[in-house]
Write a protein of this length. Sequence first.
Length: 470
Amino acid sequence: MGQPGPLANLFSVELWERFSFYGMQGILAIYMYFAATEGGLGIDETVALSIVGAYGGSVYLFSILGALVSDRLLGPERTLFTSAVMIMAGHLALALVPGVPGLILGLLLVGVGSGGLKSTAATLVGSLYTREDPRRDAGFSIYYMGINIGGLLGPLLTGLAQKEWGFHLGFGLAAVGMAIGLAQYAATRKGLPAAVHHVPDPLPRSQYPRWAAIAVATVVLILALVLTGVLNAGNLATVVAALAVVGAIVIFAVLLLSKRLDADEHSRVRAFIPLFIGTAAFFALFQQQFTVITLYSDTRLDREILGWEMPISWVQSFNPFFIIALAPVMAALWTRLGTRQPSTPRKFGVGIILMGSAFLLFLPMADVVSVPVLWIAMIMLVATIGELWISPVGLSLATKLAPTSYPVLMMALYNLSVALGTSLSGALATFYSAETEGAYFGALGAVTIAIGVLMLAVARPVSRGMRGVR
């Protein structure tokens, strides 16, 4: 397809990592709120959905830690490899350790590992291209298709395993998928560009004790908040959202105040602020496929096909299926248009409007007792088209706008915008119920469309601020 050879390696490892991640996340909510007699933990539905949103947000929040480790200690390539090992260990904990202890240990390992992988994988893809390479957006779209092949197969196989043999076998399949990806990556990792094997900004050894003390103090503080009840399952999503906002403010401040950035780089960082907000708004709705839409699929959807009931998690495979079908089309479209394609801010505006429109499509079925599966498929099709206008383009943009001195921090900022949106998807889920369904979907859809229109209105000045980056 005219792309650099190492893209195939990163495509493959990300496919298997997403297989394990989405395979686990596809059954996570129902594992928590299903009764113990059904193999679950019996957690309240609202609390379970909030935890899922908080967990999803924390994955992106941990990308800050991954960025720091990558930039200062290990370099992007070794950070990715270490993170993949942690992810596999987390899935094994979910599969083998029973009850809440296995849930906590598994989510912590997968969350930290996925944060490290997210903050480096796209950076490695970006290292294969120059800033001006016209193949760049197409390459990220192909890479994004690999993510969604894993996202398609994961919920299908783990959902079927959970339905037929129980939750722990489903989690075990996620661990096997990650092991396959890890083995493949270990065998081919040397083919990546030499720069990604080096530490961009090594931390002086004299500072090791100080940062170790900060890490220990952070862990102690979190434990104290949990033990005193200040931090609990009910407010976890809100806390993660707040941390994402604080983390973003800190990183923006570091970049904008740094003397290592020139005038063009400062301008590009400022231009990323409205795109950060737009991305968060998009994912606040999009990531509800793992919270509200999971509950909707369980309680409101007619999943019976010829007398056989489709697993709940299979609904989450609609999105990656549409990505697989449409990502090559979008990649070809951007390649064919070349410099005539819409600017990134305009792409963001269109994507946000489509996501809001998808939520409005829930309204005609608000009074229907048993909603057809094809209706939710149509909703996810609209949401997916919106995603293709934002997500792969946003990944590409973050690597293009990244200052030379901080190549991973900009990717961490992008991941923080997704963290904010994902944690909000859990916090917003607490307002959803069958009685409030129409108002819930209508209000969120209308507000999101308004944000998309505003993004289109500011597209031109934002584009100017990007200083030559489209």
